[in-house]
Design a protein around this ligand. Structure first.
Ligand code: HEC
Length: 439
């Protein structure tokens, strides 16, 4: 169930990671998304507003993390070109999984029909229409926590301090889990202290030696927390609880087991690009239940990438490809399990990733295609219905990296060879959450 297994996994199966990547075509690269149907008249009240409220409002509303509001037709009219481009190329909303791969519980993602409707409405010049046309039942807004049982706030304020030439600072903070009884975390949400600088974060749980390592690093660093570029600052076993600022209840009564004495690790990506540096003290809220359908996670990562420096991307390489296929017996115990979600983890050189099940009879089943990776929007993609993984099935991950001058995290930097690692390196990993119980 751990997210950073190291040499442990090396001996398990003969990994298929030499030769060529899987030949199954990427659906997201093969099929252009449907063109808008400009024939149907669209209005703000009837067509656009319900979609905008559900898929943009959480971030582009009054209290949102986005730098401007998108709440009225005039907000769209004044930046129409930018909005159309961001929807067309899939950068907004920041839901990176391609819907052609498999059906998801969409959250902030746009369903293909919603995407087409919004593009129609923009192409027609953002007409307002009649408020009486507003649909009665609005589309439910994505996310949100139904109850808060535990709130943890960063112990002190922190002022982001990116290195010279960069506007990014990745910082980790450790906090004591306060409950003295075991339970299940059944949802979490994040209240950024300074929305202007908290770009995204990842929340994990630590126990034992790993908690000690994190606390040691915290003590050694004179500032609050410790530097955590691209990972968890050298902490090895982290149970990933959630990512991004879009929290909420976990679906279907699922929960992560948490024991007394655990620590919560907050990895915050601060960006000073829009507003400069500002003091932040972020809070994370948890829903906790005494019983839940427990879920765990299996890491898709080739151990050789970590220990043998096998993930080397030479300077100037435009499309370096890494892939790995294995049977996740160490995590699943060789039992049938049910897969609930998948989270991709890569840094800023990465361009795309996919994850598949390779069935024992050779059939491929797509779990995730991210055709355009954007660092900072790591989040779990929940399957519309959980997928059975049989003991003989394998998992496959494939990542692509661009290490040319045009794709350097620090603008203008000269490319140099990179490998697996944190600051100015990259990673090829995904986490698949699974339950041992049938849904
Ligand atoms: C999860 C939060 C979130 C959601 C949901 C979201 N946005 Fe954004 N949006 C942002 C942030 C943050 C930025 C600032 C740029 C960045 O950090 O990527 C942004 C920037 C933009 C921009 C500026 C151009 C760009 O790509 O940076 C446009 C246009 C935009 N959003 C449109 C939309 C529309 C339309 C929707 C809904 C269909 C939407 N966004 C949903 C967070 C969000």
């Amino acid at each position: 169930m751990r997210t950073w297994p190291l040499a442990l996994l090396v001996a398990i199966a003969l990994p298929r990671c030499k030769g060529s990547p899987d030949e199954t075509p990427w659906c997201s690269l093969a099929r252009p998304p449907a063109a808008p149907d400009a024939g149907v008249a669209r209005t703000w009240w009837r067509d656009a507003k319900p979609i905008v409220d559900a898929r943009c409002g959480r971030c582009h509303g009054a209290q949102g993390i986005a730098p401007f509001t998108l709440a009225r037709p005039s907000d769209f009219a004044s930046r129409i070109g930018e909005v159309r481009r961001s929807i067309e190329d899939g950068t907004m909303p920041p839901y990176l999984a391609a819907p052609c791969c498999t059906p998801y519980q969409l959250g902030i993602g746009l369903a293909p029909a919603e995407r087409a409707t919004l593009l129609d409405w923009l192409a027609q010049g953002t007409p307002e229409g009649d408020p009486r046309d507003a649909p009665d039942a609005s589309t439910p807004r994505a996310g949100g926590l139904s109850r808060t049982d535990v709130s943890l706030r960063m112990p002190e304020e922190y002022l982001p301090a990116p290195p010279p030439g960069s506007t990014d600072d990745n910082r980790c903070f450790v906090m004591q889990w306060p409950l003295d009884r075991g339970g299940y975390i059944t949802g979490l949400d994040v209240a950024p202290g300074a929305r202007e600088v908290v770009h995204h974060l990842v929340v994990g749980a630590l126990t034992g030696d790993d908690a000690a390592v994190a606390e040691q690093r915290d003590r050694e660093d004179p500032l609050p927390g410790f530097s955590c570029n691209g990972g968890f600052g050298g902490v090895r076993n982290v149970t990933l609880l959630g990512g991004s600022l879009l929290g909420g209840d976990f679906p279907s009564g699922l929960g992560h087991r948490i024991e007394p004495g655990a620590r919560i690790l907050l990895n915050i990506h601060y960006s000073t690009a829009h507003h400069g540096a500002m003091f932040d003290r972020t809070e994370v809220r948890f829903k906790v239940d005494s019983a839940a359908r427990g879920f765990e996670s299996v890491s898709l990562v080739n151990p050789a990438w970590l220990v043998a420096d096998a993930m080397r991307v030479p300077a100037g390489e435009a499309d370096a490809t890494f892939f790995y296929q294995f049977r996740p017996t160490v995590s699943t115990g060789g039992q049938r399990v049910w897969l609930w979600n998948v989270t991709a983890h890569m840094h800023e050189f990465a361009t795309r990733q996919r994850v598949m099940i390779v069935r024992a009879d050779g059939r491929r089943e797509c779990l995730l295609e991210i055709p355009r990776w954007r660092f900072g929007w790591e989040q779990p993609y929940w399957f519309a219905t959980p997928k059975v993984l049989e003991p003989d099935d394998e998992l496959y991950i494939e990542c692509h990296f661009d290490n040319t001058a045009a794709n350097q995290p620090v603008r203008g930097a000269t490319p140099r060879d990179i490998a697996w690692g944190g600051n100015n390196q990259d990673m090829c990993a995904a986490f698949v959450a699974f339950a041992r119980e049938a849904p």
